[in-house]
Design a protein around this ligand. Structure first.
Ligand code: CMC
Length: 431
């Protein structure tokens, strides 16, 4: 954080305060209000964190007006086009692109951690078969602290490193197992000869009677989905991970908290909700009805896969995802799929509608990722688990960054109290 001597002056009644302003390497200046309560006896009020920087971070930069997303300075379209997921994982974890030797070492480390403790298979079997894979993942990832307690001491840098590797490596195995369990098929062990994305497809789609032959185009598209979801600055689930971590909770508990938050339809659950909405619309002639509902203030319905808190021009991840969708749909020969027709027509109708233009609502990453995953053969219930496994590296990188700052504090927001003022307790017989 490059500090400048800039200050802002705030007057509250008779008190005048000089508040420092920090200048980031990119983006708007940040007003430092940490001493505001001590000196001025007021809190700030920003319930949805629309104007609040909750931490400083060097990992990801977003300019929502310009549609820019950078990881350690590298644009997302370059990473998605030229790099691959495990290299991006290295970048997010260590802050620099790896040398060839570093990358090989990292890939070997991750590959060698993909199996999960055999005893965890029994843990899976405790769930109902019809459990949503996200419900299973929240439970299983939280339970990792019981299986891998040799990497839960957050004060030990080596244990933090091992926990990071374990989470990145085992998350695809856990997501695939949650899927296999939900469809009543046997678990498929990871294979070390496959790369990260191909191995995930293998664990999801192979059966003992027949190995799934991974098409390189699908593996590439899968890898791109992972890459495009790897990190996204201080979104709701990442902030949840940071808040959980601020109390000193172990990494597996923190990531389980992140998964739980991601599940909501306003966040990672939007990809499942979007596909289900397209199915509900069914045919292009019903689109006007759904657009009208999305615009109706008295109807809670929203067009899923549209809008973003930060992007107010376009979502740069969606641009890359759209290209990937075209490739996958051509390969799978489903360009004429009725669902896709609905998606294409809906996108066109919404982009031409003044309501969406005025409110700067554009298709986001979840609009296209669901279409790709559907074409690959994933059920909608697996869309958010795939987002969760991709985002794990972002969560764990932000967790590591937070813990490496010796000045980090427990997160403890205050509130604008609206309840009763103090009053005396009344015995039940006198109420
Ligand atoms: N359909 C219809 N109207 C919408 C939509 C939508 N998808 N999104 C926002 N609006 C309207 C909203 O009603 C509000 O109108 P008004 O100003 O008249 O009250 C205005 O646009 C601003 O919306 P907001 O809820 O104040 O904006 P937000 O920044 O709090 O919410 C959002 C962002 C992503 C939660 C929201 O756009 C949304 O619910 N979208 C659908 C869910 C979705 O696709 N989420 C995935 C986000 S991208 C992946 C990720 O990061 O997880």
């Amino acid at each position: 954080m490059a500090d400048t001597p800039k200050t802002a002056t705030l007057t509250i009644g008779d008190t005048t305060l000089d508040l420092p302003i920090h200048s980031p390497t990119l983006g708007p200046d940040v007003l430092d209000i940490r001493k505001l309560y001590a000196q001025g006896k007021v809190f700030t009020y920003d319930p949805g964190f629309t104007s609040t920087a909750a931490c400083d971070s060097a990992i990801t930069y977003i300019d929502g007006d310009e549609g820019v997303l950078l990881h350690y300075g590298y644009p997302i379209d370059q990473l998605a086009g030229k790099s691959h997921y495990l290299e991006v994982c290295y970048l997010l974890l260590y802050g620099a692109l790896p040398s060839a030797a570093e990358l090989e070492h990292f890939e070997t480390t991750i590959t060698r951690h993909t199996m999960i403790h055999e005893q965890m298979h029994n843990f899976f079997r405790g769930f109902r078969r019809d459990a949503h894979p996200m419900a299973t993942m929240v439970g299983v990832v939280g339970a990792m602290s019981a299986f891998y307690h040799d990497s839960t001491d957050i004060s030990d840098a080596q244990q933090r490193e091992v926990a990071s590797h374990r989470l990145i490596a085992k998350m695809p195995t856990i997501a695939a197992m949650a899927y296999k369990y939900s469809i009543g098929q046997p678990f498929v062990y990871p294979r070390n000869d496959l790369d990260y994305a191909a191995n995930f497809l293998h664990m999801c789609f192979s059966v003992p009677a027949e190995d799934y032959v991974v098409d390189p185009i699908l593996a590439r598209a899968m890898d791109r989905i992972f890459t495009l979801h790897a990190d996204h600055e201080q979104n709701a689930s990442t902030s949840t991970v940071r808040l959980a971590s601020s109390s000193g909770a172990n990494p597996f508990a923190c990531i389980a908290a992140g998964i739980a938050c991601l599940w909501g339809p306003a966040h990672g659950g939007a990809n499942q909700a979007c596909l289900e909405m397209l199915k509900e619309i069914g045919t292009p002639d019903r689109i006007p009805e759904f657009i009208a509902r999305a615009k109706d203030k008295n109807d809670p319905f929203r067009l899923m896969g549209f809008g973003h808190r930060v992007y107010k021009n376009f979502d740069p991840r969606a641009t890359v995802m759209k290209q990937s969708a075209d490739e996958v749909l051509e390969l799978m020969g489903v360009e004429d799929n009725p669902l896709l027709q609905v998606a294409k027509e809906l996108e066109k109708a919404a982009l031409e509608d003044p309501y969406f233009a005025e409110k700067k609502l554009f298709p986001n990453v979840d609009f296209y990722s669901g279409i790709i995953l559907e074409a690959m053969g994933f059920p909608t219930s697996m869309f958010t688990p795939i987002f969760a496994l991709s985002r794990t590296v972002g969560w764990i990188s932000q967790w590591k960054e937070q813990l490496s700052d010796p000045a980090h504090k427990i997160g403890r927001p205050r509130q604008l109290y609206t309840g009763p003022t103090q009053r005396d307790y009344v015995d039940v017989e006198n109420r």
